[in-house]
Design a protein around this ligand. Structure first.
Ligand code: R5P
Length: 312
């Protein structure tokens, strides 16, 4: 089967970098809208019998990028693609993997079901919000991790007496991996989410006094989680030298203000989603094109991905 890379409009630069890693040209696709706003997708190259990888993070605008991915998948399926894999480095809706209260959808499950209905046979994701995706997605999921890449990017300029901090309970497992990789102690901030933009801190576990915090999370959206954690850490006697690491730098809404009004020295994220323009802090973007390239090369050849996967 011929290996083919196709991209939607969410992150053409990452798709091009991935295609470069694999030494192939991305297949030509036309993406447009009808006058009434409906999306129109058309494949310009044949995908018949191909081993097709659709590259599309579901970054904002989420609905457009998700629907575009579904339309591309359906077009590929109907055009006779031999095997269809979605490479969704940032998998949106992953935080809605359970009902927070009553009367809510389990949106993560619904999105995974939609991808399966669209004909996607395998999903490649990076540091998705919870490993629960393996349970709610009906197709096989290759859950890659950018933790080693981010830790290596942070290592050369880590301050003395640093401590890896999980800004909430959900990030504990991730923080353990960073702490082990970097040989640093670890602490945990107990977060209570009040709304999509408001969070509160109930306490800190671990020794943080006079230490420089290295906050780690799967994603930064509005920056509220990081901001609340930083305020709590400073109040607990941390040094005002904060490093922030996250796999997905969405950095939407008030994120720039939340982080730039606090003593953040450096923000390090991957290019799983496009980086914001004019971010007011030193923002280091680590490319995952090599990681994705390695994964796609092995999937295409039927080789193991074991050492690339996020630990369970
Ligand atoms: C939630 O548990 C996630 O891991 C992140 O902590 C959260 O989604 C980040 O969102 P925000 O930056 O808006 O607080």
């Amino acid at each position: 089967m011929r290996l083919q890379i196709l991209a939607g409009s969410a992150h053409p630069a990452l798709a091009a970098a991935l295609a470069g890693e694999l030494d192939v040209e991305p297949a030509a696709v036309s993406l447009a809208r009808f006058p009434d706003g409906e999306l129109h997708v058309c494949l310009r190259d044949t995908v018949r019998a191909g081993d097709v990888y659709l590259v599309q993070p579901t970054s904002p605008p989420v609905e457009t990028h998700l629907l575009e991915l579904l339309l591309l998948a359906d077009a590929c399926r109907r055009a006779g693609a031999g095997r269809l894999t979605a490479v969704v480095p940032y998998f949106g809706y992953a935080r809605q993997d359970r009902r927070g209260g009553g009367r809510e959808p389990v949106a993560a499950r619904l999105v995974a079901d939609l991808l399966a209905t669209g004909g996607i046979q395998r999903l490649v994701v990076v540091d998705v919000h919870t490993p629960a995706i393996e349970g709610y997605a009906s197709m096989p999921v290759e859950h890659l991790s950018a933790v080693s890449l981010l830790a290596e990017a942070a290592r050369p300029s880590l301050p003395d007496q640093a401590v890896v901090v999980a800004p909430d309970l959900g990030a504990v497992h991730l923080a353990e991996r960073y702490a082990t990789g970097l040989g640093l102690p670890m602490a945990l901030v107990h977060k209570l989410r009040v709304s999509g933009t408001e969070v509160r801190v109930r306490g800190i576990t671990g020794d943080v006094r006079d230490r420089a915090p290295v906050l780690v999370d799967d994603m930064i959206s509005t920056g509220g989680t990081m901001a609340a954690a930083i305020d709590a850490l400073l109040a607990a006697g941390c040094r005002p030298e904060v490093t922030v690491l996250a796999s997905h730098g969405l950095l939407v809404s008030v994120a720039a203000e939340q982080l730039s009004t606090r003593p953040v020295r450096r923000v390090i994220v991957t290019d799983s989603v496009p980086a914001p323009a004019d971010f007011p802090l030193p923002l280091q973007v680590v490319s995952i094109a090599g990681l994705l390239g390695d994964a796609v090369r092995r999937l295409h050849a039927g080789h193991s991905l074991h050492d690339l996967l996020a630990a369970a």
